[in-house]
Design a protein around this ligand. Structure first.
Ligand code: FAD
Ligand code: NAP
Length: 448
């Protein structure tokens, strides 16, 4: 525990909204600076870590160990956690601005982009964010009912989220038993009769956004064949230039070539990778039955795929935050070096970091320099920033009297221990508790 002997009446105060990587990197930055006497982190759900917990695939437990680094800010006694407190529902921006000198939004993105094609709204067509939130156990996520029977799924997009979704759907469900995935999700995947997953990219292999280790992983899955048509891999001059200038593009093309030459082993499940095609319309009356793909270059042919499940993995999308300006086109809060600006005017004392600042791209580590830049803006502004009229302690007391269940950092540890216990009999990772009621019961019981 890092304690400070500074008197609690001096120093600045900040509220960080969203306990994902960006918010938690920023927390550490602000407290390391010594300028703050108190920094409070407000998080809409009970558990911290944002997409590290509710995005990173459950079969990638090593990636999730970054949570140890992200939690470091709470080593400071000046850091306070307000879990299960949603800004805009349980506490309002005006209140925060009244009680803190600095307010920083790091609420990331939750929704999905849409394709804008006929049939996209049919049952069986969902956004990746919805599927991912379900399989990682997000407490607010609707529980997904996989189509029954489910034989074939189509994933639109050529980024790492598309790879995650294709891999989770195609891999042997028995291999998910040792992961953090909620048991009902593992059971639903195990009960499905899925045999084929089609990943569809609107551009070519050289332009795909996959990172190399994640792509290679598909080829190493047990009981899964990866199928690639060599016709999709023909490179024109522009592709060739891309391959020569970007190592990732060269690796993608090389790996896909290797796969296109493999003979199928007769595995029970297959992942097909299609390039140079985009969805034109989704078929089905009451639910998805297939999708028409149109070519995006003349060497590719149209394709019609039968499928009961269609997943758009074409990027997450931000939602407007009550009281803040919003760039609807990019789905972000406009800012200059993290200072929120409305019509060219700076919203004094209000900042933004992470995906909400930059858009829905970048790995966990990308949020570290992002938060560092925003911390520098905040620290540079402090001398001119007026002090808030109220104190965080007043707001904390007022929240305690409201109809809500705020979770502290100790409560989070209680939930963490419970989840570790749940995972023990399965010989694996802690299992995520995916409903709020159980979370609150577990925490309350452990606190007694
Ligand atoms: C499916 C998926 C898988 C990924 N896998 C990897 C990976 O394996 N490796 C990797 O390096 N990167 C991965 N990434 C990228 C990485 O997760 C992001 O770069 C990172 O999480 C973005 O951080 P953030 O803090 O901006 O947002 P987030 O992680 O989204 O955190 C935002 C937080 O704000 C909270 N919040 C939202 N609204 C409110 C509100 N009104 N009040 C209070 N709190 C609120 C949310 O609950 C959330 O906890 C993945 C991304 C996705 C989508
Ligand atoms: N293991 C990991 O490290 C990991 C795992 C998951 C996510 N992440 C990171 O998280 C971030 C977000 O990943 P992401 O996959 O959501 O985004 P992304 O990398 O931006 O990929 C989005 C994909 O969707 C395609 N697309 C967009 N609009 C489309 C449309 N209308 N029709 C068809 N295709 C469309 C894009 O094609 P175009 O290129 O043609 O636009 C692109 O292939 C990335 O930085 C990623 O690396 C990392």
């Amino acid at each position: 525990m890092v304690t400070t002997d500074r008197p609690r009446t001096t120093g600045r105060t900040a509220a960080i909204i969203g306990a994902g990587p960006a918010g938690l990197y920023l927390l550490a930055n602000l407290l390391e600076s010594d300028a703050f006497r108190r920094v409070d982190v407000f998080e809409a759900v009970p558990a911290p870590f944002g997409l590290v917990r509710y995005g990173v695939a459950p079969d990638h437990p090593k990636t999730r160990t970054i949570t140890r680094v992200l939690a470091a800010g709470f080593e400071y006694t000046d850091a306070h956690y307000f879990g299960n407190v949603m800004v805009g529902r349980d506490v309002m921006l005006d209140e925060l601005r009244h009680h803190y000198d600095v307010v920083v939004f790091s609420t990331g993105m939750r929704g999905d982009r849409t394709l804008g094609i006929p049939g996209e709204d049919l049952p069986g067509s969902i956004g990746a964010s919805e599927l991912v939130a379900w399989y990682t156990g997000h407490p607010d996520a609707p529980k997904v009912s996989l189509p029954d029977p489910l034989r074939s799924a189509v994933v639109i997009g050529a980024g790492n989220v598309a790879l995650d979704v294709a891999r989770i759907l195609a891999r042997d469900p028995a291999s998910l038993r040792g992961t953090s995935m909620p048991r009902p999700v593992v059971d639903a995947l195990a009960a499905s009769t899925l045999t084929d997953v089609h990943l569809v990219a609107r551009r070519g292999p050289a332009q795909a956004k996959f990172t190399s280790p994640e792509l290679r992983e598909l080829g190493k899955l047990d009981a899964v064949d990866v199928v690639v048509d060599s016709g999709d891999l023909v490179l024109d001059d522009a592709d060739q230039a891309e391959v020569e200038s970007r190592r990732q593009a060269a690796t993608t093309v090389k790996v896909l070539h290797e796969w296109s030459e493999r003979s199928p082993s007769g595995a029970p499940r297959r992942i097909h990778l299609h390039f140079w095609r985009r969805p034109l319309r989704v078929h089905g009356d009451a639910a998805v039955t297939g999708v028409d793909l149109e070519p995006t270059r003349d060497t590719a042919k149209p394709l019609q795929l039968s499928a009961e499940l269609l997943i758009r993995a074409i990027g997450y999308r931000g939602r407007p935050v009550e009281g803040l300006p919003f760039d609807d086109e990019r789905g972000i809060v406009p800012s200059v070096e993290g200072r929120v600006v409305d019509d060219g005017q700076q919203l004094r004392g209000v900042y933004v970091t992470g995906w909400l600042r930059r858009g829905p791209t970048g790995v966990i580590g990308t949020n570290r320099p992002d938060a560092g830049e925003v911390a520098a803006s905040i620290l540079g502004d402090l001398a001119h920033l007026p002090r808030a009229a109220g104190e965080p302690e007043e707001l904390e007391a007022s929240l305690a009297g409201r109809e809500m269940h705020r979770l502290s950092w100790e409560d989070w540890h209680r939930l963490e221990s419970y989840e570790a216990e749940l995972g023990r009999p399965h010989g694996g990772d802690p299992i995520v508790v995916d409903d709020l009621e159980t979370v609150l019961r577990v925490v309350e019981r452990a606190a007694r």
